[in-house]
Design a protein around this ligand. Structure first.
Ligand code: NAD
Length: 371
């Protein structure tokens, strides 16, 4: 068994607390499956600035380059960020830089509402249908966020000088193909349904996007493909989320829909994510982080939910190391602990009989023990 090299960057706020629990669980997986994990921790975000003067210190970046995957907490502190120029703030200087450095073009956000947590979902039970279990696949490095020209200029208006802001939406066929393949592959491994989300009724990009996805579908006969305009997709997520298996979105639509979908899981503390680069045989460089941020309101109090961080580690085992069985063991352990009634504050309801409110570390201990 090869050594699996992992960079663990906990970051700020609740990052170190939830990372500690994810590492506990990874060590339990290591023992159960006889793996060899080489996990090296390094500072990032404000922890990086305080330790080495940069949100992404050179040594941390060098560690990431030597690793096969990055398990990331979160960065940024609202009370400290404004003191820095925008480009030095942790989210830009660390997160965006890492995305770019490692060509992370595919963002995967699985959203699952365990039946036991139906009370935490903002939708009425009848709208939850058979249960919510979907995956948003978002293109991460193209589209409107990165296209050029991109600037604000001053021009002559009918009544004097006015300002005009320009963003440009650009996609090429190879960019659409590589993200669509990630979504088709994911659908094939799940329930075999792919919903392509675009705006082909209005945008040139939407027309090309839909053409490319439709053409690729011939290579995936076991996947049922349907198309939805993004406005309808946003509505359907609220009305009948159980109809979805995998949703494929360009960058901006995915940004919005993945957050809308995350709300369905009842708490940001339950939602993991994976950002992937190009595949290289059975392994693939990936960046794994919870959907939520540093939650300064919870930091240092042992109350944050570590499940999003733990499920991010499961995604890492699956996508970067091809260890599907180990990933499933982590997901099943989370499910068992939820079924046993353990709840951090964000998913606790006094009205739920048999539930027990626990802290971050007790939740992590229970999940590690259930591996
Ligand atoms: P946030 O996600 O930190 O918090 C939003 C809400 O969700 C809060 O009520 C918080 O308590 C709750 N929450 C989040 N994670 C939770 C968990 N694990 N358990 C229980 N509850 C949880 O978003 P915010 O308050 O807008 O941002 C706080 C800071 O985090 C900001 O500085 C922001 O820039 C940064 N941020 C970083 C990332 C990242 O590193 N990827 C992502 C989002 C926000």
């Amino acid at each position: 068994m090869n050594t699996l090299k992992i960079a663990a960057l906990a970051g700020d706020g609740i990052g170190p607390e939830v990372m500690r629990e994810a590492l506990k669980v990874l060590h339990a997986v290591e023992r159960r499956f006889g793996l060899r994990l080489e996990i090296t921790e390094a500072p990032v975000g404000w922890a990086g600035i305080d330790a080495a003067g940069s949100a992404l210190p050179e040594e941390t970046l060098a560690l990431c380059k030597r690793s096969q995957a990055i398990l990331f907490g979160s960065v940024g502190l609202p009370d400290r960020d404004p003191a820095l120029p925008k480009e030095q703030r942790p989210e830009r200087a660390a997160l965006l830089r890492l995305r770019k450095e490692f060509g992370l073009f595919a963002n995967l956000r699985p959203v699952r509402l365990p039946p036991e947590l139906a009370h935490a979902c903002p939708l009425r039970p009848e709208r939850q249908g058979e249960g919510i279990d979907l995956l948003v696949v978002r293109e991460l490095v193209g589209g409107m966020y990165f296209g050029h020209p991109k600037h604000t200029e001053e021009i002559q208006g009918p009544q004097g000088r006015i300002q005009r802001a320009i963003d440009t939406m650009v996609y090429t066929t190879p960019e659409i193909e590589r993200i669509a393949r990630v979504a088709f592959d994911a659908a094939r491994r799940r329930r075999g349904k792919l919903t392509n989300v675009d705006k082909a009724n209005v945008l040139e990009n939407g027309v090309l996007w839909r053409e490319v996805v439709t053409r690729l579908a011939a290579e995936y006969p076991e996947v049922r493909l349907e198309h939805l305009f993004v406005d309808n997709a946003a509505m359907q997520l609220m009305l009948r989320p159980a109809q979805f298996d995998v949703l494929l979105c360009e960058n901006m639509f995915g940004d919005i829909l993945s957050d809308e979908a995350a709300a369905l899981a009842g708490s940001l503390g339950m939602v993991p994510s994976a950002s992937l680069g190009e595949a290289c045989g059975r392994t693939r460089f990936g960046f794994y982080e919870p959907a939520g941020g540093t939650a300064p309101d919870l930091a240092g109090r042992n109350v944050a939910n570590p499940i999003a961080q733990i499920l991010s580690a499961a995604l890492m085992l699956r996508f970067s190391f091809g260890l599907d069985e180990a990933a499933q063991a982590v997901e099943a352990a989370v499910q068992r602990v939820i079924a046993a009634g353990l709840r951090t504050g964000d998913i606790y309801s006094a009205a739920e009989g048999g539930a027990r409110r626990v802290g971050t570390s007790e939740m992590g201990d229970a999940i590690a023990a259930a591996i």
